[in-house]
Design a protein around this ligand. Structure first.
Ligand SMILES: [Zn+2]
Length: 345
């Protein structure tokens, strides 16, 4: 017998968001970008925004749950959302910052994927391979994105339009950053690597992104301020078609040439370490992608608080990495090339 729809509608992550909605009242703006649907099942994709509503404000965004199976990404995003929801109640610095800064969250991009422990959306499409972007060079077979079958992972989809969940994400981000002088987003993933990695565009090519000077200036601030941080910063480890952040980055540059800088990052949490410490979790379907033990999960949920703090400061005070003289731009361009591109060859 099939379950009643009401039972299937239960998703802890969405309940957390709805609880915050009733607590925060007008301190944050809650919007449903659309519904993810599969048969009679329907789940909302929420966007939650704090702070300035001025289109020209700097913007910081956090995204989770693009790959449903990587549930920890959604949970980290919700942990940060919950912290900000408390800070806004009592911390004068946060309240002051948010007068000029906007912070938004899309914590459950693929809610049915999260519910059903699937990487893909209900149509079997991988949202991170679904944007209209073609990669150049040697693309890894299947992993780089393919149109063979929705039964295989990393399926790009067959429709010329993007999938509903991809569109919700794209429109949700665009509406926040369109006229912003400086925007940064972080999309949380897990399932690849020994170390927490911050990946920046491009995923479609090994060529440097045009905003390399600003990117290098941004991470120089981070390296100088937090020299003991544990992130490995680079482009995605492998090339892929259809990367939604490549798409949003290029789209933003085309729509606003020369104005407004947008840096989209993916935080790929190094889940191989969780598996190494607890190999038995490989027997669990979610094991390769999530910290299964309670103490480890708690550790991951607090692990990115320093990054969060840095991002709030760096985006509020964006002139520190965007107001560059021609000479500084050349210096950052050259250092960025040498660290991230030339040493790799
Ligand atoms: Zn992922």
């Amino acid at each position: 017998m099939s379950k009643a729809p009401s039972e299937l509608h239960h998703l802890a992550e969405i309940e957390t968001i709805e609880k915050l909605k009733s607590q925060l009242k007008d301190l944050a703006h809650f919007e449903i970008l659309g519904h993810s649907e599969e048969g009679s099942l329907q789940l909302p994709v929420y966007k939650i925004s704090f702070g300035s509503t001025d289109p020209k404000a700097p913007v910081l965004g956090f995204i989770g749950g693009v790959h449903g199976l990587e549930r920890i990404g959604s949970q980290v995003c919700l942990a940060l959302l919950s912290s900000l929801s408390h800070l806004i109640l009592w911390d004068k610095n946060t309240q002051k910052n948010l007068e000029n800064l906007r912070v938004f969250f899309i914590p459950t991009v693929n809610p049915i994927g999260i519910l059903k422990r699937r990487r893909s959306n209900p149509n079997g499409v991988d949202i991170m391979r679904n944007a209209p972007v073609e990669a150049e060079g040697k693309i890894p077979f299947l992993l780089g994105g393919h149109r063979i079958s929705s039964r295989l992972p990393w399926f790009r989809g067959l429709n010329p339009q993007m999938e509903a969940e991809t569109r919700f994400l794209v429109e949700g981000v665009k509406s926040e950053i369109a006229n912003s002088p400086a925007a940064v987003t972080v999309d949380f993933h897990s399932g690849f690597g020994w170390q927490d990695q911050i990946w920046f565009p491009y995923a479609r090519t090994r060529e440097p992104l045009p905003d390399l000077p600003y990117l290098h200036a941004f991470f120089s601030l981070m390296e100088n301020t937090y020299p003991h941080h544990f992130y490995k910063i680079e482009t995605q480890a492998y090339l892929t078609h259809g990367d939604v952040w490549d798409y949003l980055y290029d789209d933003h540059r085309q729509c606003r040439p020369g104005k407004g800088i947008y840096l989209p990052f993916c935080l790929e949490m190094g889940s191989w370490n969780w598996v190494k410490k607890n190999p038995l979790q490989l027997l669990n379907w979610e094991g390769p992608f999530n910290p299964i033990k309670y103490h480890r999960q708690k550790r991951i949920l607090r692990r990115h608080n320093t990054l969060f703090d840095f991002l709030i400061r760096a985006v509020s005070s964006y002139q520190g990495w965007t107001d560059l003289s021609e000479e500084e731009k050349l210096k950052h361009e050259s250092r960025g090339r040498s660290i991230w591109y030339e040493e790799k060859k």
